[in-house]
Design a protein around this ligand. Structure first.
Ligand code: AMP
Ligand code: ZN
Length: 477
């Protein structure tokens, strides 16, 4: 199986450290808001990778962290504490917020038919492991204290930036006037904060460096090592993590253990972008899976849409493109249903070459678009009586073990899905009418009416938020 490794920028034959077993860590969500559909692209990618490895017979231990402390709005230690800011805005406790959005996250991944990780670990439950790891890094001479915080000194780590492939004398966007003045180098990063701009910093722990909280990067080094060992097979995340988060993880882990590489294969998915630009959880202008469901799509339409692109290609989201995916997935299910009822004509072993080509596509750096094309090729030949329907259906269900489109189940329930769509479309229209009335009231400065419409929708479990890109609404799960 060929897998692209960001470390070295090359396609490489995947060879686990221990025969038959794969240790796989995928960076999980920061649970201060719903996951947006871009984040969900990352988790579908992890799922496809884990499913493919399992289909090849590997025993995969998949670990995912939940970031419930330490992640600031700037990945480079700048800006606000994401969790705290969200809790303040919503008038809730930080851990309540974390719990709510963790549940919402798994409700989304379940609906996308993403297999749950083997281990899910929360940052706040691993503070001792982080402190122990920081002590090792400190004992090996890679740290300094300044302004109350403990920093990682990147000049002490000779290979710093080997994955991002930048040079240390390059100017960085972090060299800004508002950057942390305690840093000796703008790329140094915090291991432990005791100084917070928030007086009411909710979550703090005692540590050898004072009462405070961990930096964001250390959690992934500490938890991946705890569950997968000091060197493991695969680490995945979105491409935004290459330059800072994963670069810093490599520095921390290897500085602590002296073992290199800490991770053999780094897998990074490209971004999902909106036609109007970047999608971001922190600016509020983003789409959730529930938004798609509220507009009448099945979550698996979105999964199908994602599989239509290779994970290392940037993918532009639009509702027109999602409509295309919806139609293609539903036609696939219709055709599979028709195949069940077909006469038993055709070659019994005619499906094998398609299955082989499908597997070859998946083994070629998870080429889902090619794999889907093989599935459709098989379907077409079975429809022409060249392949026996039963052989084709068996091969399709094997393909679906990896694609995770629930083809058989969806084919069985297709009629009912259509009926519930029209019901939800009527509901959506009525919500959107009320939101339009609220916008008119706001423009006329009739805030009493605007607030009463918002309250009425809230009663029905609809949350209305005004963001920089207009008003968005979603149904609470
Ligand atoms: P976060 O919850 O912000 O820590 O991000 C969760 C995951 O989503 C990370 O692996 C990110 O790299 C990834 N990610 C963030 N934005 C996008 C996007 N627009 N498209 C694809 N992946 C993304
Ligand atoms: Zn991480």
């Amino acid at each position: 199986m060929l897998l692209y490794n960001t470390l070295g920028r090359e396609l490489r034959e995947f060879m686990p450290i221990e025969a038959g077993r794969v240790g796989f860590y995928g960076c999980g969500p920061t649970v201060y808001n719903y996951a947006h559909i871009g984040n969900l692209r990352a988790y579908v990618t992890h799922d496809i990778l884990a499913r493919t490895l399992r289909a090849r017979g590997f025993d995969v231990k998949h670990v995912m962290n939940i970031t419930d402390v330490g992640h600031l709005t700037g990945d480079n230690d700048e800006g606000d504490d994401k969790m705290l800011k969200s809790a303040e805005e919503r008038g809730r406790d930080v851990l309540e917020i974390a719990d709510f959005y963790t549940k919402a996250f798994f409700a989304d991944t379940d609906r996308l038919n993403i297999v749950r990780p083997t281990i899910v670990c929360k940052a706040t439950e691993h503070i001792d492991d982080m402190i122990a790891l920081i002590r090792r890094i400190e004992a090996n001479g890679y740290t300094y204290s300044a302004g109350g915080n403990l920093y990682f000194d990147i000049t002490k780590f000779s290979n710093y930036g080997k994955m991002a492939m930048f040079r240390l004398d390059e100017q960085t966007s972090e060299t800004r006037v508002d950057a942390d003045g305690n840093k000796r180098n703008p790329r140094d990063f915090v291991l432990w904060f005791t100084k917070s701009k928030y007086e009411n910093q909710a979550l703090v722990w005692d540590s050898p460096w004072g009462r405070g909280y961990p930096g964001w990067h250390i959690e992934c080094s500490a938890m991946s090592m705890k569950y997968l060992g000091e060197q493991f097979d695969i680490h995945a995340g979105g491409i935004d993590h290459i330059a800072i988060h994963h670069t810093n993880e490599i520095a921390q882990s290897e500085a602590a253990t002296g073992k290199t590489p800490c991770v053999k294969n780094w897998v990074h998915n490209e971004f999902l972008v909106l036609d109007r630009g970047k999608m971001s959880k922190s600016t509020g202008g983003f789409l959730t899976l529930q938004t798609l469901v509220d507009r009448g799509y099945d979550p698996l339409d979105y999964r199908y849409f994602l599989l239509g692109a290779h994970y290392r290609s940037q993918l532009q989201f639009s509702f027109e493109a999602l409509d295309g995916a919806k139609n293609a997935r539903r036609s696939l299910c219709d055709r599979v249903r028709a195949l069940w009822n077909k006469e038993r004509k055709g070659e019994m072993d005619g499906a094998a070459p398609y299955l082989e080509k499908f597997n070859a596509a998946m083994d070629s750096d998870l080429s889902t678009p090619r794999a889907l094309a093989e599935l459709f090729g098989l379907l077409k030949d079975a429809e022409k009586d060249e392949i026996a329907p039963s052989a084709a259906l068996t091969a399709i269900s094997q393909m679906d073990e990896i694609l995770g489109l629930n083809i058989k189940l969806s084919a069985e329930s297709e009629e009912t899905a259509g009926a519930s769509d029209s019901a939800s479309m009527a509901e959506i229209r009525s919500i959107e009418e009320r939101i339009a009335e609220r916008a008119t009231a706001k423009r006329a400065k009739d805030f009493v009416k605007a607030d009463s419409i918002r309250a009425e929708l809230k009663e029905k479990g609809i949350v209305v938020e005004d963001g920089p890109n207009g008003t968005i609404w979603r149904k609470l799960i």
